[in-house]
Design a protein around this ligand. Structure first.
Ligand code: NAD
Length: 419
């Protein structure tokens, strides 16, 4: 599947899931329009000089910031550096943030942004210059109570530090302007592992409803980056049997269970999972179709689609990645009785901990690691309980339930504020 078509598939999928929730809530067209329209969409041209082959060349990159909705609080959402991004994709991701922040019940709205660039094309100095120019252009939109970016694909804590520096030049030291910062620059303890740990907590909760002890539950995880590796580590510490893991190069499998800490060390040494001791090599396609109890996609969008939905054997899918399941696959799997814990719930631990980081910055009082993780786990489980209860009560799937709860909260805020 090409990246371009993957973007289109994700936008279609998002529209489909929203329509399902809007229909179920019996919303009128005008209400739907109000909920899906962006508050503001901004496109920037960012010019920088690059030194190539002994000479300077001027390059222009397109940057975006889509602010979808701020009825419940400041706009919140990541910045993505990726060559294929476009305004449509950023718009869909900004909307997803609005529903995610509402569902996890933090006082933020939704936004997303980024630059159409492959960050690997630039050296660190060029990336710093590009990021600071982008921050200058975004400056009128940003504010601790207005719009707070965070890292996303292709960006990281260092990129947030550069934005903090640029913003602080005119506003004084303002750590609350971005989240996902280095801990040394007022970032939060636990932010790095937060998304994966949240996925692990939710998965353990799902397992508690199965007629199997956690040590006998077979878990398969696609993707071993930030989210996948911390999900695997969390679940492994909780006693689960991780039978397969994968990265861009392929999958490793052991029916007896993989030693996750050995996998982390192996990746630190070699860069990849390939060749991990006591495992067999599989392809990523084979991994998705392995017989298992829980499948956790933690890599890319649209990996579970019409081509493979019929072959997926997992009883439960916990969506750690954003939009890993297309709407057609979602329908097929639900008809077969596969339970899907949707992305806006499963991976919300990241933005939840971003909120905790922002609160610590406003308070100018850092929290201990244990305090962050305890609050993260408690909130994730509380919201999981709310979504499960709503789904059972209304005889609907968890995704529609999650969207309905989120849409209800955003609609209510709009009504109360009298937009
Ligand atoms: P990452 O770049 O750290 O890791 C991605 C992993 O996926 C890597 O192991 C990579 O090798 C693997 N991968 C890439 N292409 C693949 C392919 N074709 N097949 C199999 N594996 C492949 O990214 P991440 O931060 O872990 O994010 C993963 C997903 O989780 C994304 O969808 C992201 O939007 C979502 N997400 C991340 C966060 C966060 O806090 N990092 C929060 C919410 C959602």
């Amino acid at each position: 599947m090409q990246t371009k078509s993957r973007n289109c598939i994700c936008q279609d999928t998002q529209r489909h899931f929203l329509r399902r929730a809007f229909d179920s809530l019996e919303l009128e067209d005008a209400q739907r329009e109000l909920l899906i329209s962006s508050f503001r969409e901004t496109r920037f041209s960012i010019h920088i000089m690059l030194r190539r082959n002994g000479g300077d060349i001027l390059r222009t990159f397109q940057g975006y910031r889509v602010q979808h909705n701020h009825a419940r609080g400041p706009f919140k959402g990541g910045l993505r550096y990726h060559p294929e991004i476009n305004q449509g994709e950023i718009r869909a991701l900004a909307q997803l943030m609005t529903w995610k922040t509402a569902l996890i019940d933090i006082p933020f709205g939704g936004a997303k942004g980024g630059i159409a660039i492959d960050p690997a094309e630039l050296d660190s100095w060029e990336l710093e210059v590009l990021t600071k120019r982008f921050a200058q252009k975004m400056e009128p939109l940003l504010g601790v109570h207005q719009d707070i970016p965070a890292p996303d694909m292709g960006t990281n804590a260092q990129v947030m530090a550069w934005i903090l520096e640029e913003y602080s030049k005119t506003h004084g030291y303002t750590p609350g302007i971005v989240t996902g910062k280095p801990v040394e620059l007022s970032g939060s303890q636990g932010r790095e592992e937060a998304t994966g740990y949240g996925v692990a907590c939710i998965t353990r909760k799902v397992v508690s409803g199965m007629p199997l002890p956690i040590k006998d539950v077979r878990v398969v995880i696609q993707g071993f980056g930030n989210v996948g590796s911390h999900t695997a580590r969390g679940l492994s510490k909780m006693g689960a049997r991780i039978i397969a893991l994968s990265d861009l190069k392929g999958a490793v499998y052991s029916e007896a269970g993989i030693d996750v800490e050995a996998a982390v060390s192996h990746v630190a040494q070699t860069g990849w999972l390939q060749g991990l001791d006591a495992t067999e090599q599989l392809s990523n396609d084979e991994l998705l179709e392995l017989p298992c109890d829980i499948l956790i996609p933690a890599a890319l969008e649209a990996v579970i689609n019409c081509d493979n939905a019929g072959s997926i054997k997992a009883k439960v899918i916990v969506e750690a990645a954003n939009m890993p399941t297309t709407h057609q696959a979602d329908t097929q799997l639900r008809e077969r009785g596969v339970m899907i814990v949707p992305d806006i719930l499963a991976n919300a631990g990241g933005v939840l901990t971003s909120y905790y980081e922002w609160v610590q910055n406003l308070q100018e009082f850092p929290w201990e690691y244990e305090s962050v993780m305890r609050r993260l786990e408690q909130r994730m489980l509380r919201v999981y309980g709310e979504v499960s209860h709503y789904a059972d009560e209304n005889q609907i799937d968890m995704r529609t339930a999650a969207y309905e709860i989120a849409i209800g909260r955003v609609s209510r805020a709009i009504q109360l504020r009298g937009f």
